[in-house]
Design a protein. Sequence first.
Length: 67
Amino acid sequence: MGDTNMKKYYQRLDRIDQTHRQLARGYVTEVTDDGLIVHRPRRIRRGLPWRGVLFVLVMLMIFKAIL
């Protein structure tokens, strides 16, 4: 297993597995300028969903105003 070709082979397999895991979570399909169809992993949005928090705050204000 000390062969450099085997090391490169396993590195390539690791890259393929990593790409497959990323694409399994969602992907975006794009057509490049030369007509090639490319799938790219969708970015994972982390953080607070500000739109939802704002909606809840507005609903609380409306509820308070009604009372």
